[in-house]
Design a protein around this ligand. Structure first.
Ligand SMILES: C[S@@+](CC[C@H](N)C(=O)[O-])C[C@H]1O[C@@H](n2cnc3c(N)ncnc32)[C@H](O)[C@@H]1O
Length: 317
């Protein structure tokens, strides 16, 4: 058990934090090496042992501490306050920059588009038509004032759109939706942005302002049980898209498969942007090597690209 937990923190440090957050790399590396902290984490339900959750809760209560050693010291000293916060909260990082990887897929569909996101958090990925993008060889500029601007590195094969998509309806579902109108919810979202990522934080704040102007319709519920009800609320005279990113890893394998069966029975386009471990059979279809530090973008179960986990890159196959 402790060995598995240690490996989980080492994997996070190596594959998720190393190149993106020196502080979180040092904290999670230290946790993996500290038997006392691992023992405390082992008392939590497995879903609550997640590195991102521990990192954000310690930050909520103590700010960004100075070193890995200090991080472990804070966790052991203040566990009585840290544990209930971990149990009450969950990782709901809402990364609007992930919209950058949606656009090449949306560009291939007839417009207008009905956009439905499962595991939507605060719904910030439901506004790909309202943000500004810099893909290097193509720039798409939003008409919104103070829109977030996302840079996304793309390979030559990526089919970039020449304009922003036309979206006629947007809706989402989440087991625990966050509201852009609730300042405490938004503060938690800000804490989930890694400390060094000041540009992401700025863009998050801008995306919140965009979403506040006309919040999307978001249902509270389980994405497997609630998908059909959500789809039935959308107007039928458009290309319907159901998408998800950084969500299905939170579901047991059986639930992921149940979701996939429901999506397959509906007349829509299914976009999955997830860690490669979520659908190993989709990875196996890829003729290009898929690495665990990127997400796999798939359309209707066919792999089309590897993407940066925060929407920062696309390598189209
Ligand atoms: C890491 S966040 C990702 C949010 C968003 N998709 C994005 O890419 O920015 C994962 C979200 O999935 C939601 N979630 C997890 N399990 C769920 C389920 N069974 N049904 C609905 N939502 C779920 C969580 O509440 C959380 O808001």
């Amino acid at each position: 058990m402790l060995e598995e937990l240690k490996q989980r923190y080492l994997n996070f440090a190596e594959f998720e934090a190393r190149n993106y957050s020196p502080s979180y790399w040092s904290f999670t590396t230290a946790v993996a090496d500290d038997a006392r902290v691992l023992e405390l984490l082992a008392t939590l339900p497995r879903a609550k042992q997640q590195p991102n959750l521990l990192l954000a809760v310690v930050r909520l209560l103590h700010g960004v501490v100075g070193s890995g050693r200090e991080f472990c010291h804070v966790v052991t000293r203040d566990w009585d306050r840290i544990q209930p916060e971990i149990l009450a909260r969950s990782t709901q990082t809402n990364e609007p920059a992930r919209c950058a990887v949606l656009l090449p897929v949306l560009a291939g569909l007839a417009e207008p588009i009905v956009l439905i996101e499962v595991g939507t958090s605060a719904g910030l990925c439901l506004f790909p038509d309202k943000y500004t993008y810099d893909y290097g060889r193509v720039q798409l500029v939003s008409g919104e004032s103070a829109a977030p601007a996302f840079s996304c590195e793309v390979n030559k094969k990526t089919p970039l759109p020449s304009k922003l998509p036309e979206i006629s309806w947007r809706g989402g579902i989440d087991i625990h939706p966050l509201s852009v109108m609730d300042e405490q919810d938004m503060e938690w979202l800000r804490l989930l942005v890694w400390p060094e990522h000041t540009e992401r934080l700025e863009n998050l704040n801008r995306a919140i302002q965009v979403a506040k102007k006309s919040p999307a319709e978001i249902l509270e519920g389980d994405l497997v049980a609630g998908l059909e009800a959500l789809v039935s609320r959308a107007p039928g005279d458009a290309s319907t898209v159901v998408f998800h990113s950084a969500v299905l890893a939170y579901l047991p394998v059986g639930e992921r498969e149940a979701f996939r069966r429901i999506v397959a029975d509906l007349d829509l386009t299914w976009i999955s942007n997830e860690h490669p471990s979520v659908f190993p059979d989709i990875v196996n279809q890829s003729t290009v090597e898929v690495t665990p530090d990127r997400f796999l973008l798939a359309v209707d179960g066919t792999p089309v690209a590897m993407t940066g986990p925060h929407g920062q890159s696309i390598d189209w196959f």
